[in-house]
Design a protein around this ligand. Structure first.
Ligand SMILES: Cc1cc2nc3c(=O)[nH]c(=O)nc-3n(C[C@H](O)[C@H](O)[C@H](O)COP(=O)(O)OP(=O)(O)OC[C@H]3O[C@@H](n4cnc5c(N)ncnc54)[C@H](O)[C@@H]3O)c2cc1C
Length: 504
């Protein structure tokens, strides 16, 4: 059996493991005398909230009532804006090919990967391009080697090592294992050194494996400014996730990434309640906690009772304005702030002279990253294409009007827009509380706030992305299930690599 399963391709092995997980889930319910929970609330309908609704339904079964509260729009930080009747991603845009939960969701929902349209990137220092991609793979490699020696190879090896360890989570989850603390989860993936990747900076880790300061200043800084909008002081784990994305193999969902959220909510048959949750109060009956969720909607105030509550939005910075009542001791405020990223979607003519190209026809790049220079007022800009790409779609020529997504720390002033664009038809600005400001706190928040009360977005403080939200969602659903049915052998287990190898 072991030998056979080793011969299976990776995805088949994962499917087999998933099947084993599902069988085990059903048998432990049968063995347990506990009644299933009656009602579960999820607060927030972003990718975290919608995927946890799906996983909760999968584990607890179709008879549990699932209510998902959303104060704004389904999708949260996955959102689009419309330019000329076409939609463009304005929030979370790209997904790595090894993000297996996102891949599974797309398959499950019958969605498709959007067709990729090739383009070239470059790093701009405010005065000149310090690194330019060409059409030739070998020439790109040669240039990297010429400028930075072996650093790019060392980077690739370091990122691969982190990713390989991170991907163990899929096996653990397929076998039903869950974690009550982020530290336990990270430890199971790669021991103390892996936990430490959330405490030390990416710069420190890269210097340690022999990557030069020159490479960090030109390349790593640019990638982190484009992804998290932050410096190389972000923790190594979050940094590695961003750097993995910069190595290519990225995709997006045809029709828009937010379709995953609406699709999962529909599949889970959750009731979507359009309301702002204002408070959660704790009650106890016969030694068991239950919760009253207080909300405000168009008709006024209301509340409902639940056995289990999952908070799938940020609690830091009081962003969600949820208060906790009757908790003794009270739920402490979480240290740390969120990082603001401004997305400006501009439909206009690029001012290529600003980048040193007098003739707009000769501007070769579709993506401009930046180094950390006081002269620069933006972090990155990309010539983007719509969420629906037909087979006949072609990118605009550089001299034509195109849609650009500019990321900056603060709203762009008119003269700054005029520097980047000769002229423009429209500018649509979104101010995001995009990611944790990683330098503001190194504390990993709890996953369990109280019995049967879970905080899904604590995961963002390890790294923030769609897939991390989905991984956190699967963990919370498994943890809620394992705790509800007292399956303690499935929580915070040590030596899981060995256990999952011998379990099949
Ligand atoms: C500009 C930008 C670019 C990004 N690029 C990428 C990328 O390329 N790839 C990637 O993987 N990730 C990217 N991300 C990160 C990714 O989008 C997020 O990590 C992910 O979408 C977070 O999902 P979530 O469900 O945890 O939170 P959210 O999407 O924030 O969802 C939380 C939801 O809760 C709701 N809510 C809040 N408070 C309440 C309340 N009191 N009552 C009811 N509802 C409430 C909110 O309205 C929201 O819909 C990007 C993010 C931004 C902002």
């Amino acid at each position: 059996m072991m030998a056979d399963s080793h011969r299976l391709p990776c995805t088949s092995r994962l499917l087999l493991s998933l099947a084993v997980g599902v069988m085990r889930t059903a048998s432990s319910v049968a063995a347990s005398g506990d009644a299933p929970p009656g009602k579960i609330a999820v607060i927030g309908a972003g990718i975290g909230g919608s995927s946890v609704a799906h996983f909760l339904q999968q584990h607890f079964g179709p008879h549990v009532q699932l209510d998902v509260y959303e104060k704004d729009t389904v999708g949260g930080r996955l959102a689009t804006v419309t330019v000329n009747k076409q939609q463009y991603e304005s929030g979370g845009a790209s997904i790595h090919s090894l993000n297996l939960h996102m891949q599974d969701f797309v398959k499950l929902l019958g969605l498709k990967h959007r067709r990729e349209v090739a383009g070239k990137s470059a790093v701009f220092s405010g005065e000149q391009f310090v690194l330019e991609e060409t059409d030739w793979y070998l020439l790109n490699l040669f240039r990297l080697w010429w400028h930075y020696g072996m650093s790019f190879l060392r980077l690739q090896m370091w990122v691969e090592e982190v990713m390989e360890k991170f991907m163990r989570i899929y096996k653990y989850q397929a076998h039903g294992y869950s974690f009550s603390r982020l530290e336990e989860l990270l430890h199971s993936l790669g021991g103390d050194a892996f936990v430490n990747t959330t405490q030390r900076s990416v710069a420190e880790s890269l210097l340690e494996v022999g990557i030069t300061q020159h490479f960090i200043d030109d390349v790593i800084v640019a990638i982190l400014r484009a992804s998290y909008g932050q410096s190389v002081l972000v923790p190594a784990f979050a940094g590695a996730m961003s750097l993995a994305g910069a190595q290519g193999n990225m995709w997006a969902v045809e029709g828009g990434n937010k379709l995953v959220c609406s699709g999962l909510l529909k599949l889970s048959k959750a009731n979507i309640i359009q309301a702002t949750v204002t408070a959660i109060s704790l009650h106890n009956s016969e030694g068991k906690n239950f919760y009253q969720v207080h909300y405000e909607d168009e008709e006024g105030q209301g509340s409902s009772f639940y056995d289990i509550v999952v908070i799938a939005t940020q609690l830091h910075d009081k962003k969600s304005n949820i208060t906790f009542q009757n908790f003794d001791p009270p739920i402490a405020e979480f240290p740390g702030t969120f990082h603001t990223t401004i997305t400006s979607i501009v439909h206009g003519y690029l001012n290529s002279s600003y980048f040193g190209f007098g003739d707009p026809k000769l501007f070769p790049f579709t993506s401009v990253l930046t180094t950390d220079s006081p002269a620069l007022f933006f972090n990155s800009m990309d010539n983007i294409y719509p969420v629906n790409v037909s087979s006949t779609f072609r990118r605009k020529q550089p001299q034509e009007a195109a849609v650009w997504r500019v990321h900056s720390q603060r709203p762009l002033e008119k003269q700054e827009l005029k520097m980047l664009f000769r002229s423009y038809y429209s500018v649509q600005v979104t101010e995001w509380q995009a990611y944790p400001s990683y330098e503001s706190s190194k504390t990993l928040p709890p996953i369990v706030l109280q019995d049967n009360l879970y905080y899904l977005n604590s995961m963002e403080w390890a790294a923030s992305s769609m897939e991390m939200a989905a991984v956190a969602a699967k963990n919370v659903a498994l943890l809620a299930y394992n705790l509800w049915y007292h399956d303690l052998d499935k929580i915070d287990q040590k030596d899981l690599m060995h256990k999952v190898k011998t379990e099949l």
